[in-house]
Write a protein that binds this ligand. Structure first.
Ligand SMILES: Nc1ncnc2c1ncn2[C@@H]1O[C@H](COP(=O)(O)OP(=O)(O)OP(=O)(O)O)[C@@H](O)[C@H]1O
Length: 266
């Protein structure tokens, strides 16, 4: 076993996900250790499909997925998946909630689903809600909140059990700029002890919050590197793509083009 594997929270080998006949993830190998990891890629690249498998809500079509050293693939038992779920936090892209619940009731309900110790729940709910900046709305009904606030409730329910693995699918969608800045600070803090995997369309989320980047394109890993490496790949602005474009956006484009050229040569 390599040292990377030994330290990893997530180990994925030859992961394939198919929707009908189409492979939307094609024999992907990945490892993730504690820290904040950005998942980037064009629309339809397979980011959500990967996160759903890691969250144990979708079964892979092939390959192995180990979380905290336990296999959670199609052949795993209900018990081992339940034990893993207690250590997971997941914010889906389409986040469903009960509109009649208050924020407190909803986050407590998720804590109950995760089988948290009942005595620990009230304080854990208050802490999670405070961490997303909603302490003053804790007894408001979710249906009375704005879209950005509902998104923050989604983040609160994902972190209520202080997860070792936190999976966030487009968490900054619908947040205003100030909330995004606060959110990035929160995930940096969470990433100091947990493994945080964030799918995003915003390259600036990655620049501000992530230690490294995995770029997915058409079901394959197009690039992996630190945020600094991706930024360095952007090099100087040549003006080729117009005057805007910051270094990390240029790095993203350069990595994607290099991958496409390599695929075309095969
Ligand atoms: N339930 C499904 N049935 C059929 N095809 C699906 C299903 N879910 C996803 N797909 C297809 O799988 C591919 C990967 O989708 P996925 O949502 O994983 O990509 P993504 O990188 O998260 O995209 P986006 O950035 O647009 O959210 C897409 O081509 C999508 O149309």
């Amino acid at each position: 076993m390599s040292s990377t594997t030994a330290m990893s929270t997530v180990t994925v080998r030859k992961l394939t996900v198919r929707h009908r006949r189409t492979a939307v993830l094609d024999a992907v190998d990945l490892d993730f250790a504690p820290g904040v990891h950005g998942l980037l890629g064009p629309n339809g690249a397979g980011k959500t499909s990967l996160i759903r498998v890691l969250a144990t809500v979708a079964a892979p079509s092939g390959g192995q997925v180990e979380l905290f050293g336990s296999e959670v693939g199609a052949k795993s038992g209900h018990r081992s998946r339940a034990a893993v779920r207690r250590r997971l936090g997941y914010l889906p892209q389409e986040f469903g909630y009960y509109p009649g619940f208050t924020v407190r009731e909803f986050v407590a309900y998720v804590a109950w689903l995760k089988e948290m110790d009942a005595a620990a729940v009230p304080a854990a709910v208050e802490l999670a809600v405070a961490r997303v900046g909603l302490a003053d709305r804790i007894d408001a009904r979710v249906k009375t909140l704005s879209g950005g606030m509902v998104r923050r409730v989604g983040i609160a329910q994902a972190i209520v059990n202080d997860p070792d693995l936190l999976l966030l699918d487009e968490p900054t969608a619908g947040l205003d700029p100030e909330q995004r800045v606060e959110f990035r600070a929160l995930i940096r803090e969470l990433g100091s002890t947990s493994t945080v995997i964030v799918s995003t369309h915003l390259v600036e989320d990655v620049a501000a919050a992530c230690t490294d980047v995995t770029l997915i394109e058409a079901g394959r890993i197009a690039y992996r590197g630190t945020t600094q490496e991706l930024t360095a790949l952007g090099g100087e602005d040549t003006g080729a793509d117009g005057p805007d474009g910051n270094p990390i956006e240029r790095g993203y484009t350069a990595a994607l083009r290099a991958h496409r050229a390599a695929v075309a040569r095969r």
